[in-house]
Design a binder for this molecule. Structure first.
Ligand SMILES: Nc1ncnc2c1ncn2[C@@H]1O[C@H](COP(=O)(O)OP(=O)(O)OP(=O)(O)O)[C@@H](O)[C@H]1O
Length: 325
């Protein structure tokens, strides 16, 4: 094949977003964002519900008109060259909007008929492991199979960039893993994937770079590894205090203040009923913590240590969890 995608270098920007803004009445859903997506990467938009991920994707796809700013895909402006944009992108539909009565083969052929250039249907359905479902009606497919069909339909025109909006929401763990494999294979075949999700494990596992969004703004953009290491505290320690409820607030505050002074500790917080410490020196912090508890006769429980996650990065930056509304 000699498509544009292959002639151009991997790693160069294939999507350029500049100053994109979208308002609904007096509410600003996307608040002047800038970023580039590189050719051949899996690029994640990660943020809680309402962060503006879908609005951002739809402005790039040309489905929603921005109030300000612009987006270009493969050099084509989504406002002025939408027809060209449509030839280079594939958009995963919500699986609920598929035609339920059609057979898998029929719906795929129908979508293919919308385009001049398409890929052969057999290998396409095989790539999303639906080759045995060719003659099944859409309504008889499982949730995961419908999502995979929606992905196949997004790939029917052999696009350079594929947009997946929360592709694994509502799927069971096995179906999510199958879909993750398919998404990784898409990148192996040279596609650029733009993916929105509010699952940090999904973003961490799949994405080459992640754009962390909150309340319509980009709050960080980097590789998952750099996002975490930029916190300067790659390990987290969590514990609870058994007689916590009987503690006067001053004692709780005193402990929190002391935790801040332990070697290596960057952040010390009290969340709900759990103390959370982030440290860049796990061993030293733990040793000093246990010594302190012994000296002060503090009985801790449920102590655990873990590697910091993107969820921790988000909480650190916003004070809120990714899962909160
Ligand atoms: N057509 C609309 N009219 C008014 N408000 C809207 C409209 N579409 C989206 N919004 C609001 O804009 C904000 C961003 O929505 P958007 O769907 O882009 O967020 P999201 O990050 O994709 O969240 P989700 O994961 O819930 O889909 C939300 O507060 C939403 O209620």
């Amino acid at each position: 094949m000699t498509s544009n995608a292959q002639q151009q270098e991997q790693g160069e920007p294939i999507i350029e977003v500049q100053g994109l803004r979208k308002r609904y009445g007096s509410f600003t859903a996307v608040d002047g964002i800038d970023f580039d997506v590189r050719r051949g990467e899996i690029f994640g938009l990660l943020g809680p519900n309402g962060a503006g991920k879908t609005t951002t994707m739809e402005m790039i796809e040309g489905l929603r008109l921005p109030d300000e700013g612009r987006a270009k895909v493969a050099g084509y402006d989504t406002r002025t060259e939408l027809n060209k944009v449509k030839t280079v992108i594939g958009v995963q539909l919500q699986s609920t909007s598929l035609f339920e009565l059609l057979k898998v083969k029929e719906i795929t052929k129908m979508y293919a008929s919308f385009y001049e250039h398409t890929v052969p249907i057999g290998p396409l359905l095989q790539s999303v492991t639906l080759e045995e479902k060719l003659n099944d009606r859409v309504k008889n497919l499982s949730g995961g199979q419908k999502q995979r069909l929606a992905i196949a339909l997004a790939l029917v025109n052999d696009p350079q960039v594929v947009f997946l909006d929360e592709p694994t929401t509502g799927l069971d763990p096995q179906a999510r893993r199958t879909l993750w494999d398919i998404i990784l294979q898409m990148r192996d075949r040279g596609k650029t994937v733009v993916l929105s999700t509010h699952y940090m494990d999904e973003a961490q596992l799949l994405c080459d770079r992640i754009c962390l969004m909150d309340r319509g703004k980009v709050i960080a953009l980097d590789t998952p590894r750099n996002l975490i290491s930029n916190m300067n505290s790659e390990s987290a320690i969590e514990f609870r205090i058994s007689e916590e409820l009987q503690w006067p607030e001053a004692r709780q505050q005193g402990l929190l203040q002391h935790l801040h002074t332990l070697s290596g500790v960057r952040i010390a917080e009290f969340r709900k009923d759990t103390y959370v410490l982030y440290t860049d020196d796990l061993q030293q912090t733990l040793t000093e913590f246990i010594e302190h508890c012994k000296a002060e006769d503090i009985e801790f429980m449920d102590l655990l240590t873990r590697t910091a996650t993107l969820e921790d990065v988000f909480i650190h930056m916003t004070g809120r969890s990714l899962r909160e509304e």
